[in-house]
Design a protein around this ligand. Sequence first.
Ligand code: GLN
Length: 612
Amino acid sequence: MLAAAAERSQATEFFSPLPTGYRKGRHKYVVVFGTVMSGLGKGIFSSSVAKLLKDKGLVVAPMKLEGYLNIDAGTLNPYRHGEVFVLDDGTECDMDLGTYERLLDQDLSHANFTTSGQIFSSILERERQGEYLGRDVQMIPHVTGEVKRRLRQLALTGDGKSPADVVFVEVGGTVGDYENGFYIEALRELAFEEGPGSTCFVALTYVIKPETLGEQKSKPAQLGIKRLMEAGIQPHIIACRAAEEVSATVREKVAMFSNVPMKRVFSMHDRPSIYTIPDEMREDGLDREILSLLGLHERVDAAHEDRARDRWSSFVRKLTQPKPSGVTVGVTGKYAQLRDAYASIDKAVEHCSAHLECDVHLKWIETTEITDTNVGAKIGELDGVIVPGGFGSRGVEGKISCVRHCREQGLPYLGICLGFQVAVIEYARHVVGLSVANSTEFEQACPESVISELPEQKKIEGLGGSMRLGAQDVVISPSTLASFLYANGGHSISAGAAGIAGHVRERFRHRYEVEPGYVDRLESAGLVFSGRHPSQPIMQVLELPQHPYFIAVQYHPELTSRPLRPQPLFMGLIAAAMRHKVGAGVAGMGPLAKWLRPMSVARSGVVRPQPA
Ligand code: GLN
């Protein structure tokens, strides 16, 4: 009996479960820590390196380790934490996951995002189920063991198709924070267990330049790195963030005090665009160093890399070269002061700007003061308007005034989620004649709730939480603006082929929907619902056939825009904004013309959508 108990307690002493099929040495790890301070762009750094390796034909899988106790990012305030990003599988996560998806052009899932809350809750659940066999459950080995288990599991899952050659781990927060200490310990253990040449530790640090001195100082960077070394981690690579290029003298000092050879201490100074970073890293030899440290040279596919680099360089060239034309698009948002809250919209527009060779200036518009009377003065000069997603009633009436102005004045409009709902409210009030139309989100006892929460649909959908989250199919009606745009964007939708409806897949995050009882009245008054749920009466895209460009969607198209695959609804908006600005002359403007649906087509009869 005693022997059995002893055996059991020994068996659990070094809790490092290897998932079935896991082979040590097959998968490598690159771990990025932030020192000195947060907000240095660990995600951008990590995703840029991951991109360089992916371009070489390696399978990469990123993991963001968050220190906070929330289970996901769903309830985080965008003011504090930036945009809540939504993945295909409905995971609500940190906006860094968006950076990974965009740079890698790879869909991520819950497997790529871990919070302390998830770790602790799974351990406590296991403890309640008696899985620890009378053992006291401890930070080490159990909590660190769970971190390692998730990383190794991700290595096996890889990109969803093949196991990962390299897992990129980004540790949230700063080294020395109380809350990420156990992640650091877990990664130290992982490197030890996986053996030499398996893990590459990167310290991202910050080199200050105090104004009074006018020169770069390395001391905070040294102290930050030392903190990491105190935790038992010797970095292999140091990346020095700074406003300007970090001088060789400073890099030498950092190298000397951290035992890292000079050739592995890189300057990662501010750049005008994050998209040039991979190429700059490559020029500095950062990817080569990582390949050598991890013994990955023979897994490189040079031809794959050449092709990937060509495509990427042409995008970066188009993005950075001076553009022949430009437009100003207004974005009405409650978080107008904070761009991070709309990071994906910013990026989606940037992608279009490169492909259409057209500068897009985004103007952030606070709508709390906007009314039907002053709206012309506030947004009349713009070339297009986006009403983005949002929650709560603040500024909603101002948004409705903006929609009305766009609709009546022929100003290009793209409504996203809340922007779709306010477009429905506006149409119901001013065209259908339901002057008190509203959403139950803003007015619980609203007598004409054209937008409302629909619990019976949620039951049908089988959703756990109260929001409809993640990727869903949308049936796009033929001969509509939506079908034209998606077909242009390479989606398998035949524009104009009457009778053939195509599917697109888009990501949702909402609680309220168009009340089905109003759909007929809205459509009889001229509004066209050109995208619907495949089997439920859930409206997902609306448009106005007589308008130069008026389209709104219940989903978030900004989340799926990628540098090399820009999102069609944004492409259409920018093209329409240009046409609004320069008139008919836009037809001769290169790539823009392809996105301009001839108005004659728009005015032709619209086929009523037939849900499949
Ligand atoms: N507040 C609206 C809803 O819950 C819109 C959500 C959004 O814009 N993401 O449906």
